[in-house]
Design a protein. Structure first.
Length: 103
């Protein structure tokens, strides 16, 4: 299959582990791991369809399928994003449709 992805960008996939402190409170810790990726913009149709559901996708990140471990967040270009949707036609690559996290 022809693949025109360059994978010359890097993103930090952010996983979350939950531990307990000395008082048995749950504490979330983010763990980042950097992978190579291909970045692209969200298409017009996908943007408007997502807006109907109350989502605001801003970027599509493609990573190798075997490197993605269901992380819910990622960092790219000094911005944090939430993974809103994943899509894969095959077991080679997976597209992550993301929206920017604002604080």
């Amino acid at each position: 299959m022809y693949n025109n992805k360059t994978f010359d960008d890097q993103v930090a996939l952010i996983g979350v582990t939950i531990t307990q402190d000395e008082y048995a409170n749950e504490v979330e810790t983010e763990i980042e791991r950097t992978v190579f990726a291909d970045t692209g913009s969200v298409g017009r149709n996908e943007f408007y369809n997502a807006a109907k559901e109350g989502l605001r996708p801003t970027i599509i990140i493609t990573v190798r399928y075997f490197e993605y471990e269901n992380e819910k967040y990622l960092k790219y270009d000094n911005k944090k994003y939430k993974v809103e949707r994943t899509y894969s036609e095959d077991k080679e690559n997976i597209e992550l449709t993301c929206s920017e996290v604002t604080v």
